[in-house]
Design a protein around this ligand. Structure first.
Ligand code: GMT
Length: 384
């Protein structure tokens, strides 16, 4: 914060469970609080990545009652009421919602419950499937478009996602591209300790981290690694934000049981990233792919499919390798080249770490959100 600027009071709503949008929102909230702003998280659970005991960072749970009358419990209305209460009690300047559904709609409703002079500005950050999946759904699309039009500012995490939002939702209002950032925490173990726990020796450790949703194409990931030769040259570590159980039969079918190590719902991700050598991402679509960036922060390059916003994260041939194909044979040969060439891996890793610092650090990105909040606060709230 520069001299003369007052601290802001920011409400943040995100999905608290494992997933890139919640991870990003948690890091943003922590960094804003460190910069002197008051930050209030509003959600049904405390976000799992949120560090405890950070001054100026608060959590307000949303209580949901399950009424027999309703076949499906409703979250949007209790969330909007809590947002309005917290906005009123703490005189919030901004409600920053991550992932449009249902957070942006709830924020707009909350804003309209308050008198004009106490309305926070609603900032909506689109993360991915809120546009690329739900935007196509006739039951959601119009509500998302309406929420974007009523937001005081809209951001997307990549240029690709901005273009998709224009195309899929027909929304042509202002949208600022603010890429994701990552600020790794200090690992608590050494590389050797982590590799010992994983039971690896000289093998190249390939990692994949994600929530394992169908878009991540875990089947293709396993098909790819099953083609890597020689098999003794690598191990795959899957840092899974979800259950890996549905994929165990694939492991057996492909004879990969002793090549793949799975860790579910990992909280000490930095420790594992210190122990790995190469990322592998076979997504069908990604607006950004925070997992790639997390690896880059530890000097770990990646091989990934050239989809969505990934080319904005990875400089092809400089900080990693982009494969313009979903053929497991082709992806596997890109991985094998890097397994065989430690010098190239090291050069890509060095460049990856440098790019992560220069383009995707808190220092570069968070001031952009601060400026966006201040600009929105300088305008009257957008009415319904
Ligand atoms: O939109 C989603 O699929 C969920 C979201 C999440 O919470 O994990 O993922 C998206 O947001 C991340 C953070 O901005 C991005 O790194 C992911 O690429 C993006 N996922 C997709 O676009 C599929």
């Amino acid at each position: 914060m520069s001299m003369g600027e007052r601290a802001l009071r920011v409400g943040i709503t995100c999905y608290p469970t494992v997933g890139g949008s919640g991870v990003l929102a948690s890091s943003l909230g922590e960094d804003l609080a460190r910069r002197g702003h008051e930050v209030h998280f509003i959600s049904y659970e405390r976000p799992f990545r949120l560090s405890p005991n950070i001054p100026r960072l608060h959590f307000h749970p949303v209580v949901i009652n399950d009424y027999e009358l309703f076949k499906y419990p409703d979250y949007t209305l209790p969330l909007s009421v809590r947002m309005a209460e917290v906005s009123w009690e703490h005189r919030l300047d901004v409600l920053h919602v991550h992932y449009a559904v249902p957070h942006a709609t709830a924020a707009i409703l909350a804003r309209s419950m308050l008198p004009l002079d106490r309305q926070p500005r609603v900032v909506t950050t689109l993360h991915g499937t809120d546009t690329t999946l739900l935007g196509h759904d006739p039951g959601y699309g119009p509500a998302i478009r309406h929420a974007l039009a009523c937001s005081d500012a809209v951001t997307t995490v990549s240029h690709h996602l901005r273009e998709e939002t224009q195309r899929v939702l027909g929304f042509h209002g202002a949208m600022e591209v603010i890429h994701n950032f990552h600020e790794p925490r200090q690992p608590r173990r050494s590389r050797d300790e982590v590799r010992r726990e994983l039971g690896v020796e000289d093998e190249v450790v390939v990692f994949h981290s994600s929530n394992l949703r169908p878009l991540k194409r875990i089947g293709l990931l396993l098909e790819t690694v099953s083609r890597i030769q020689p098999r003794e040259s690598f191990k795959l570590v899957v840092l899974a934000g979800g259950s890996f159980a549905p994929f165990l039969s694939d492991l057996a079918r492909l004879g990969l049981e002793n090549r793949v190590i799975v860790r579910e719902n990992v909280h000490d991700i930095e420790d594992y990233l210190l122990g790995v050598d190469l990322g592998l991402f076979t997504s069908e679509l990604e607006s950004f792919c925070l997992g790639i960036l997390e690896g880059m922060c530890f000097g770990c390059p990646s091989v990934s499919t050239r989809v969505g916003g990934i080319p904005e994260v990875v400089a092809d041939g400089v900080t990693g390798v982009l494969v313009p194909s979903s053929d497991p044979e082709v992806i596997a040969s890109a991985v094998m080249e890097l397994i065989r060439d430690p010098a190239r891996r090291a050069a890509l890793g060095l460049a990856a770490r440098r790019r992560a610092r220069e383009c995707f650090s808190a220092e570069t990105i968070v001031p952009r959100y601060e400026a966006l909040y201040r600009a929105a606060c300088g305008r009257p709230p957008r009415g319904m």
